[in-house]
Design a protein around this ligand. Structure first.
Ligand code: MD6
Ligand code: FE
Length: 217
């Protein structure tokens, strides 16, 4: 038997893999709760549908987004910001499912950030070709809290740089169940996602779902 026979198999979580000071990958950390997460994603996106936001520069994002929790991240021609209501419905964002909050808290603690209580979860849906250009997450009120990012479905190449835009980012292949956490000295690291390759995931089909947890208030 060779290792590559198992290339797409989710690994059981072992230990953090360090990307940079304050930034780790927890490989397979979300695998044991995948069914609960998927069910919750369906509930959230039924109440607050995935949509393609427009950037302040006038581009339509290739990633489709929704939110849950007290605050949700939105973009339009006037800028990026967090809102308490979904601009599509005028209603509050759906509450953060317990399985989301528990996983995010557990992942942050594993990465060395105890007491993480996110108030915002961005749900990102990537179809083949969708990408996210290099950026910093800097619209949040609490920079002492980390970002926790959960990958489900098709694999993606995650780009993770430094706090300087000009530094070439490292590339990490994220698969179903992987969790990335960045905070402390890496909280403002530039990061992004390379164009998603086509494929078919056993549970999610032709898409990647990413859940990004923040303390936004
Ligand atoms: C990811 N997403 O999809 C990482 N940041 O793996 C992000 O970094 C992100 O999707 C800010 C706003 C939307 C995002
Ligand atoms: Fe980001």
């Amino acid at each position: 038997m060779t290792q590559d026979l198992f290339e797409e198999e989710p690994l059981a979580y072992v230990a953090p893999q360090v990307m940079a000071p304050g930034a780790v990958l927890l490989r397979g950390f979300a695998c044991d709760v995948e069914q609960a997460l998927m069910h919750a994603v369906e509930q959230v996106t039924a109440a607050a549908p995935l949509r393609h936001l427009v950037t302040p520069g006038g581009y339509t994002m290739s990633v489709a987004m929704s939110n849950c929790g007290a605050l949700g991240w939105v973009s339009d021609r006037t800028g990026y910001r967090y809102t308490g209501t979904d601009p599509l419905s005028g209603q509050p964002w759906p509450p953060m499912p317990d399985c989301f909050a528990r996983l995010a808290r557990r992942a942050a603690a594993e990465a060395g950030f105890g007491g993480f209580r996110p108030d915002a979860c961005l749900v990102n849906c990537y179809e083949p070709g969708a990408r996210l250009s290099l950026h910093q997450d800097k619209d949040e009120g609490d920079m002492s809290a980390p970002i926790v990012s959960v990958s489900l479905g098709l694999p993606a190449v995650f780009l993770f740089g430094t706090t300087r835009r000009k530094d070439r980012p490292a590339r990490y292949r994220l698969v179903h169940g992987d969790v990335a956490v960045w905070g402390g000295p890496s909280r403002l690291a530039y990061h992004g996602v390379a164009p998603l390759a086509a494929g078919e995931h056993a549970l999610l089909g032709r898409q990647r779902i990413n859940l990004t947890f923040r303390c936004a208030a």
